[in-house]
Design a protein around this ligand. Sequence first.
Ligand SMILES: C[S@@+](CC[C@H](N)C(=O)[O-])C[C@H]1O[C@@H](n2cnc3c(N)ncnc32)[C@H](O)[C@@H]1O
Length: 311
Amino acid sequence: MDKTGKVKKLGVALALGAGVVYWTWRQSQRAEKQAPEISTAEAQKLLEQAAPLLRLPSSPDHEPEVLPDGAGLRCPVTGQILPYREGILWLLEGDERERTITQQALDTSLSAWAYDAARGWIVRALGALDFDQDAALTQERLRVEAGDVVLDLACGHGNFTVEWAKRAGDDGLILGLDYSPAMLEQAVYHIRRWGLRNVLLIHGDAHALPFADGALPKINCSGGFHQFPDLPQALREIARVSAPGAVLTTSTFAEGKNDPRAGIKRWFKRTVDLHFVPLVKLGEQLTALGYKDYTWSLLGGWFGYAAAIKT
Ligand SMILES: C[S@@+](CC[C@H](N)C(=O)[O-])C[C@H]1O[C@@H](n2cnc3c(N)ncnc32)[C@H](O)[C@@H]1O
């Protein structure tokens, strides 16, 4: 076959592949619309349960007021309304902050769906743990039990959020916070699909967490640290909102001790803002913020797992 024939064949294959991806995505969007919503009474209950833990930037010393019918929150100082709509508490509406390339990459409904569909393949290709193994390893440190309150930071499409919500049960409360509306919408789908009533999804920013000082006993952040533009600031916020004895678990693209791939990893940080978090330094940062019992491991050379306890 001549060169033009090969190019034509490749074009047809790519067009077919794109068609299959688009069709699958459209089907999943349809399924999303069919998942049952939670009632206004359930939304109200969720917000009332979460309100004592929540703090808005405009009123850091006051608990926000819960609006009737689970419609959202009101700032007790400015009167600003923060709506709860389509399964999400929207705290960043009108936020004009510039987002990094990696943040933008996961903020369309197509890319959020593709991430959800392909995450298993990606972690396997990187030699990291698959979801069940990752959740089991994290659970060894996080120990989520019935009635627990857990923050799933950078919850994305809600894979870990669903896992913790099932373990925490009806008396528990799982707060899933993410910066990407598209990823949160994907999480709404999974939470409804599993019929979970104990999850409050929040559109928020890890660099300015909307929680009271010392409010949270368990925080998990899977796949988030490598995306945060200012990880030290996010760590300060995590430490601020953590209760004494609180557990922090994380998995992230990471750099190990004397890492042979440090050069390429730092190149990723410079070019696409994908941070390979140096795990030894992370331990030092957490210790300086009052954490103890830091443990870490790097699997497959790319992906790291770490945990620590707030004193
Ligand atoms: C790779 S995904 C991880 C999703 C999921 N936790 C997992 O383990 O598959 C990274 C997530 O971090 C979120 N993210 C990035 N910057 C953030 C920020 N400043 N605050 C909160 N979430 C952020 C992105 O929107 C994205 O959903």
